[in-house]
Design a protein around this ligand. Structure first.
Ligand SMILES: [Ca+2]
Ligand SMILES: [Ca+2]
Ligand SMILES: [Ca+2]
Length: 275
């Protein structure tokens, strides 16, 4: 009975032994002694390799991933008048996708049904047509992001560029120094009349544009321009703009936050990483 109690104690404390001790309680005494020795030998063997074998490197990585706070993402769903924030969801490491910044893609810019390859190499955009470079953004442009799509709602595809470039706008006079200052602007580049060219050049914006996306966020069939902008890194905003014929008008702007990595989901909702 003493052995039995000891075994019960061991079973309670180690857990591993609970199965064998239940079996032993109904066995003859000789078999009990033999089994107990066998169990003790097994326990010693387990303890001798347990520190190395209990956790694989994958287990450790998985545990660390759960312990380390991963960046959250905010999601916004829009109708034709405004956008609303959806429930905050955790960014799960296994669901990581490519960055919201554009680096490489294909879209038919010429309208012949064959896609052109578009690349952003550092801060320049290069369009390849039939494997040959057909256009490259001017060296004076610093392109920080671009979105392929139909920003001007004319049924043709173009590129919406977020870029920094010098130059005066509208009634600005030379001599102010502004003509040499890099300022953030949205531009639309497309293919018309046999050439790639700037179809629309937006004025300099007060809050620098960091990321852009094009997509139908309200389900009306026309693409909206979604912008991540802000001078202060901790006070960026997400905004939605609609083409009105000669430019974009603001539909909605989020509260400021420490946002980055702007993406559009397949269902048209807007997703952005946040602290
Ligand atoms: Ca084409
Ligand atoms: Ca278009
Ligand atoms: Ca739309």
């Amino acid at each position: 009975m003493e052995w039995g109690r000891e075994r019960e104690k061991m079973g309670e404390s180690k857990g591993l032994f609970s199965g064998p001790s239940r079996l032993l309680s109904s066995s003859p005494s000789l078999l009990v002694s033999f089994s107990l020795i066998l169990i003790l030998l097994m326990a010693l063997a387990i303890l001798s390799w347990a520190p190395r074998g209990l956790m694989t490197s994958e287990d450790v990585a998985s545990l660390l991933a759960r312990l380390e706070p991963s960046p959250r993402r905010l999601c916004f769903a829009c109708d034709d008048e405004t956008c609303r924030s959806l429930e905050t969801s955790r960014w799960v490491a296994t669901q990581q996708e490519a960055s919201g910044l554009f680096w490489d893609g294909s879209i038919d810019l010429t309208g012949d049904g064959l896609p052109e390859r578009v690349q952003r190499v550092e801060e320049q955009v290069i369009i390849h047509q039939d494997g040959v470079e057909a256009w490259r953004s001017p060296a004076t442009w610093r392109v920080v992001d671009l979105a392929p799509g139909d920003p001007n709602d004319d049924g043709r595809s173009e590129l919406l560029l977020a870029l920094w470039k010098p130059g005066l706008d509208g009634l600005e006079s030379s001599g102010s120094g502004k003509e040499h200052t890099l300022r953030s602007r949205p531009f639309v580049v497309g293919y018309r009349g046999g050439d790639y060219r700037t179809l629309w050049g937006g004025s300099a914006v007060a809050n620098p544009i960091h990321e852009v996306e094009l997509g139908d966020v309200d389900g009306d069939g026309a693409e909206e321009l979604v912008v991540l902008d802000g001078d202060d890194r901790r006070q960026r905003t997400v905004s939605v703009w609609r083409w009105h014929g000669w430019g974009f008008s603001l539909i909605w702007r989020s509260h400021p936050g420490q946002y980055w990595d702007l993406k559009l989901q397949e269902d048209g909702s807007i997703s952005v990483a946040t602290e």
